[in-house]
Design a protein around this ligand. Structure first.
Ligand SMILES: [Cu+2]
Length: 115
């Protein structure tokens, strides 16, 4: 009887574990940064959908910062930086470069729309 109970608990746990491990990884959005722009300069994400932002700097160090979405990346040209977020509030979020990179630095921005 105990053995039957153990199986009754173990089998569903195993099935749930399998299902979780087969979850598809978050969608990846690739963004590049160079003086003084991000490309693309606007993206749209879905509320509640996990997404990985993969950001690379093409020419020199830049920053990628958005307080409300908890994004704060330091970008360097030798590798891409990543952050995975699940936006929970719709809205329009402005991402800025927060590493001084030259004369146009103050206008180096992009928009993340969350629907
Ligand atoms: Cu900058």
């Amino acid at each position: 009887m105990n053995r039957f109970i153990a199986m009754a608990v173990a089998v569903p746990l195993f099935v749930v574990g399998m299902a979780a491990s087969m979850d598809t990884p978050p969608r990846v959005v690739t963004i590049s940064a160079k003086r003084f722009e991000f490309t693309p300069n606007q993206i749209t994400l879905k509320r509640g959908e996990p997404v990985t932002l993969r950001v690379s700097a093409e020419d020199r160090d830049h920053g990628f910062y958005q307080k409300d979405l908890k994004i704060d990346l330091d970008l360097t040209p030798d590798h891409a930086s990543e952050v995975t977020i699940t936006p929970d509030k719709s809205g329009r979020y402005v991402v800025i470069c927060d590493h001084f990179c030259g004369s146009g630095h103050g206008n180096m921005k992009m928009v993340i729309n969350v629907e």
